[in-house]
Ligand binder design. Structure first.
Ligand SMILES: CC(C)(COP(=O)(O)OP(=O)(O)OC[C@H]1O[C@@H](n2cnc3c(N)ncnc32)[C@H](O)[C@@H]1OP(=O)(O)O)[C@@H](O)C(=O)NCCC(=O)NCCS
Length: 147
């Protein structure tokens, strides 16, 4: 396989913001705050296949180094079900283990079945948490122990 996982660069950011709504299947620009591209160091990753960015993962570790949090992951619809997402998570997890992180966490909207299936397939537990993001804003919360 020619795909490689590497750190994000400015040109990747420019590309991702131009395709994000399409990859996401709806408006997603607000999730792509520049902070997530500029300030996360090597916890912001892209997957590149034959010179083309086909996926990204934007994560960070919490200040107490307990949790590796994945803010946003997106895969080009033409490259889904080819383990691109899985490989991005593998790299993120390895980086988190280097820092002594004990669990990974991500969230998704209730009803995002693809995300729920994906996270479960790569070892996460899923729980629907009422009011997680404020009143009546329930969320799926995914966690994986690195113990
Ligand atoms: C969810 C998403 C990141 C998955 O990425 P992906 O690269 O296609 O996933 P992978 O190929 O690594 O899948 C690994 C396993 O997860 C499961 N899986 C992935 N997508 C799935 C889907 N749509 N339905 C059911 N199971 C799925 C499968 O078990 C899969 O293994 P298999 O293909 O051998 O059966 C991708 O569909 C996406 O970008 N969706 C839109 C954005 C989004 O919802 N992001 C998550 C919220 S933060």
């Amino acid at each position: 396989m020619t795909m490689k996982i590497r750190g994000i660069e400015k040109a990747d950011y420019d590309y991702i913001v131009s395709v994000l709504d399409r990859w996401w299947g709806g408006p997603a620009g607000q999730r792509a705050h520049p902070y997530f591209f500029y300030e996360l160091g090597d916890f912001a990753l892209v997957a590149e296949d034959e010179g083309k960015v086909v996926g990204f993962l934007l994560g960070f570790i919490t200040p107490d180094k307990a949790t590796g949090y994945v803010h946003l992951v997106g895969i080009d619809p033409d490259h889904r079900r080819r383990r691109v997402g899985h490989r991005l998570y593998e790299r993120f997890e390895a980086r988190c283990r280097d820092e002594g992180v004990s669990r990974l966490k991500a969230i998704a909207a209730v009803g995002n079945d693809a995300s729920a299936h994906f996270h479960q397939a790569i070892g996460f537990s899923v729980e629907e948490v009422a009011h997680y993001a404020g009143p009546r804003r329930d969320r799926l919360v995914f966690t994986k122990s690195l113990g």
